[in-house]
Design a protein around this ligand. Structure first.
Ligand code: 6PG
Length: 233
């Protein structure tokens, strides 16, 4: 299903640099918990999209001991690698190991991308899963050194179109594994709040290009309220 949302708009970006990576992670924890509290108070549920990769591990581990109304949390994933569900390389496996297996979020409210099915069937399945889901309350994203985010890589076929299904198949990803599923720019932009966690000197060039206005995948996420980018480079 095409969301029909064209994220060709200009990204509003707010940059925050942290000298101490632990301070960045503490800020990220605050953002997640405050977003959750507000969403649950106002709408009775907190719909959160998780990032993969390694950077979010510290954040996820910090949430193990958080005091929260976990029954109202609903978890989605921004992307997934095509590997067996229990494979250690899976983003959902990482989030479960670091956090989700340690808190009382109901399993039925954790929506992993069935990437073990392969890119096309998994993207179609997840697009169906998302069909009834409205605006996300919070989307957490990372940044690759080539400017990718989620599994939206530069120069991929998705860049050519202006509308996308909510979830798209990815082949030939330069970051292994080559086969993945990613939420589309449009779907990732349909969020009340989007926060990027960017840690590592290897991201400096991508951040510089992004701040200079380069059309990177990370700059294609254009939620109405803009994006917050937490940096420790
Ligand atoms: C993945 C992620 C990817 C990640 C960036 C940053 O599947 O790897 O979705 O987009 O967020 O590559 O990865 P690090 O946090 O490990 O630097």
């Amino acid at each position: 299903m095409n969301t029909g949302v064209n994220t060709g708009g200009v990204q509003i970006s707010r940059w925050q640099t942290f000298a101490d990576p632990l301070e960045l992670q503490r800020a990220a924890t605050r953002i997640v918990l405050e977003s959750a509290q507000q969403a649950i108070t106002e709408r009775g549920a907190f719909r959160c999209v998780l990032a993969g990769g390694n950077t979010p591990r510290v954040l996820y581990r910090s949430l193990r001991t958080a005091v929260a109304d976990w029954r109202a949390w609903i978890i989605y994933f921004g992307d997934e690698r095509c590997a067996p569900a229990a494979d250690p390389s899976r983003n959902s496996r990482m989030a479960s190991d670091e956090w989700l297996d340690h808190v009382a979020i109901p399993c039925r409210q954790i929506y992993a991308i069935p990437a073990e099915l392969g890119p096309e069937p998994a993207a179609a399945s997840y697009a169906n899963t998302l069909a009834g889901v409205g605006t996300f309350d919070l989307v957490i994203l990372g940044l690759g050194e080539d400017g990718h985010t989620a599994s939206l890589f530069p120069g991929a076929t998705w860049e050519g179109s202006t509308t996308w299904p909510a979830a798209i198949p990815v082949h030939d990803a330069p970051k292994p594994p080559p086969e993945r599923v990613s939420l589309s720019p449009a779907r990732l932009s349909d969020a009340l709040k989007v926060v990027y966690l960017v840690v590592g000197a290897d991201k400096r060039d991508a951040v510089a290009a992004w701040r200079a206005g380069a059309a990177l995948p990370a700059s294609r996420i254009c939620p109405p309220a803009g994006v917050d980018i937490l940096l420790h480079l």
